[in-house]
Design a protein around this ligand. Structure first.
Ligand SMILES: [Ca+2]
Ligand SMILES: [Ca+2]
Length: 137
Protein backbone atom coordinates (compact mmCIF):
# COMPACT_ATOMS: atom_id res chain seq x y z
CA UNK A 1 0.00 0.00 0.00
CA UNK A 2 2.82 2.38 0.83
CA UNK A 3 4.46 1.51 -2.42
CA UNK A 4 1.34 2.32 -4.40
CA UNK A 5 0.96 5.66 -2.68
CA UNK A 6 4.57 6.43 -3.37
CA UNK A 7 4.28 5.53 -7.03
CA UNK A 8 1.35 7.89 -7.44
CA UNK A 9 3.16 10.69 -5.65
CA UNK A 10 6.28 10.14 -7.69
CA UNK A 11 4.36 10.14 -10.94
CA UNK A 12 2.78 13.47 -10.13
CA UNK A 13 6.06 15.02 -9.12
CA UNK A 14 8.03 13.76 -12.08
CA UNK A 15 5.59 14.10 -14.91
CA UNK A 16 3.38 16.91 -13.70
CA UNK A 17 -0.31 17.42 -14.05
CA UNK A 18 -0.31 17.29 -17.85
CA UNK A 19 0.13 13.53 -17.83
CA UNK A 20 -3.08 13.09 -15.88
CA UNK A 21 -4.98 14.39 -18.89
CA UNK A 22 -3.51 11.65 -21.07
CA UNK A 23 -5.35 8.94 -19.19
CA UNK A 24 -4.17 5.61 -17.83
CA UNK A 25 -2.16 4.55 -20.87
CA UNK A 26 -0.18 7.78 -20.93
CA UNK A 27 0.55 7.57 -17.23
CA UNK A 28 1.78 3.99 -17.52
CA UNK A 29 4.16 4.88 -20.34
CA UNK A 30 5.55 7.93 -18.60
CA UNK A 31 5.94 6.02 -15.34
CA UNK A 32 7.88 3.15 -16.81
CA UNK A 33 10.18 5.49 -18.69
CA UNK A 34 11.18 7.56 -15.67
CA UNK A 35 10.89 5.21 -12.70
CA UNK A 36 13.95 4.29 -10.70
CA UNK A 37 14.46 0.64 -9.79
CA UNK A 38 15.09 -0.04 -6.14
CA UNK A 39 17.66 -2.60 -5.01
CA UNK A 40 19.43 -2.80 -8.37
CA UNK A 41 22.77 -1.58 -7.04
CA UNK A 42 22.53 1.89 -8.61
CA UNK A 43 21.35 4.97 -6.70
CA UNK A 44 19.13 6.61 -9.29
CA UNK A 45 17.32 9.93 -9.06
CA UNK A 46 14.51 9.48 -6.58
CA UNK A 47 16.37 6.89 -4.50
CA UNK A 48 18.19 6.68 -1.20
CA UNK A 49 21.40 4.68 -1.05
CA UNK A 50 23.09 3.04 1.93
CA UNK A 51 26.68 2.01 1.28
CA UNK A 52 28.60 -0.97 2.58
CA UNK A 53 31.63 1.21 3.40
CA UNK A 54 32.32 4.85 4.21
CA UNK A 55 32.72 7.44 1.45
CA UNK A 56 29.34 6.96 -0.25
CA UNK A 57 30.71 4.88 -3.10
CA UNK A 58 30.99 1.26 -4.08
CA UNK A 59 28.59 -1.46 -3.04
CA UNK A 60 25.23 0.10 -2.27
CA UNK A 61 21.80 -0.90 -1.04
CA UNK A 62 19.51 1.44 -3.00
CA UNK A 63 15.94 2.05 -1.91
CA UNK A 64 13.13 3.62 -3.91
CA UNK A 65 10.46 2.86 -1.32
CA UNK A 66 10.67 2.29 2.42
CA UNK A 67 12.13 -0.94 3.74
CA UNK A 68 10.74 -1.86 7.14
CA UNK A 69 13.28 -4.59 7.87
CA UNK A 70 16.71 -5.06 6.32
CA UNK A 71 16.90 -8.63 7.62
CA UNK A 72 16.90 -10.88 4.58
CA UNK A 73 18.06 -8.04 2.31
CA UNK A 74 21.46 -8.22 0.69
CA UNK A 75 23.53 -5.71 -1.24
CA UNK A 76 22.39 -6.21 -4.86
CA UNK A 77 24.50 -8.75 -6.69
CA UNK A 78 26.12 -10.03 -3.51
CA UNK A 79 25.34 -12.33 -0.61
CA UNK A 80 26.30 -9.63 1.90
CA UNK A 81 23.51 -8.80 4.34
CA UNK A 82 22.39 -5.17 4.38
CA UNK A 83 21.22 -5.36 7.97
CA UNK A 84 23.46 -3.63 10.51
CA UNK A 85 25.97 -3.35 7.70
CA UNK A 86 25.88 0.15 6.16
CA UNK A 87 28.32 2.99 6.80
CA UNK A 88 27.42 5.92 4.50
CA UNK A 89 24.57 7.47 2.56
CA UNK A 90 23.52 9.23 -0.60
CA UNK A 91 20.06 10.74 -0.85
CA UNK A 92 19.07 11.38 -4.47
CA UNK A 93 15.41 11.71 -3.56
CA UNK A 94 13.46 14.96 -3.29
CA UNK A 95 12.25 13.75 0.10
CA UNK A 96 14.00 13.44 3.45
CA UNK A 97 14.77 9.82 4.33
CA UNK A 98 14.63 8.47 7.90
CA UNK A 99 16.78 5.63 9.14
CA UNK A 100 16.36 3.52 12.27
CA UNK A 101 18.64 1.19 14.15
CA UNK A 102 15.89 -1.39 14.60
CA UNK A 103 13.32 -2.87 12.23
CA UNK A 104 9.92 -1.22 11.85
CA UNK A 105 11.20 2.25 12.71
CA UNK A 106 12.45 1.18 16.14
CA UNK A 107 15.56 2.25 18.00
CA UNK A 108 17.41 5.46 17.24
CA UNK A 109 16.09 7.71 14.46
CA UNK A 110 18.18 9.70 12.04
CA UNK A 111 17.29 11.64 8.90
CA UNK A 112 19.05 12.56 5.69
CA UNK A 113 17.91 15.61 3.76
CA UNK A 114 17.54 15.61 -0.05
CA UNK A 115 20.97 15.68 -1.66
CA UNK A 116 22.78 14.55 1.47
CA UNK A 117 25.99 12.60 0.99
CA UNK A 118 28.06 11.48 3.94
CA UNK A 119 29.13 8.90 6.46
CA UNK A 120 26.97 7.51 9.21
CA UNK A 121 27.64 8.68 12.76
CA UNK A 122 28.65 6.21 15.43
CA UNK A 123 25.01 5.80 16.43
CA UNK A 124 24.06 4.50 12.99
CA UNK A 125 27.22 2.99 11.55
CA UNK A 126 26.59 -0.70 10.91
CA UNK A 127 23.37 -0.52 12.93
CA UNK A 128 20.61 0.52 10.53
CA UNK A 129 17.78 -1.99 10.17
CA UNK A 130 14.99 0.00 8.49
CA UNK A 131 14.58 3.12 6.34
CA UNK A 132 11.59 5.23 5.32
CA UNK A 133 10.98 8.14 2.93
CA UNK A 134 8.89 9.79 5.65
CA UNK A 135 9.12 10.24 9.42
CA UNK A 136 7.90 6.84 10.59
CA UNK A 137 8.31 7.30 14.30
CA1 LIG B 1 18.23 1.85 -8.14
CA1 LIG C 1 20.06 -2.72 13.84
Amino acid sequence: MRSGTRQQLRRLVVTGVAVAALGTAGIATAGSASAATGKNGVVEVGEFGLYYVTGSSGTVFDLFVSDTNFSGDVFPGTSISANDNTESYRNRDSLTWYVYTNASAGGSEGWLDPGYVGNASTTFKNKISSAYYYDAN
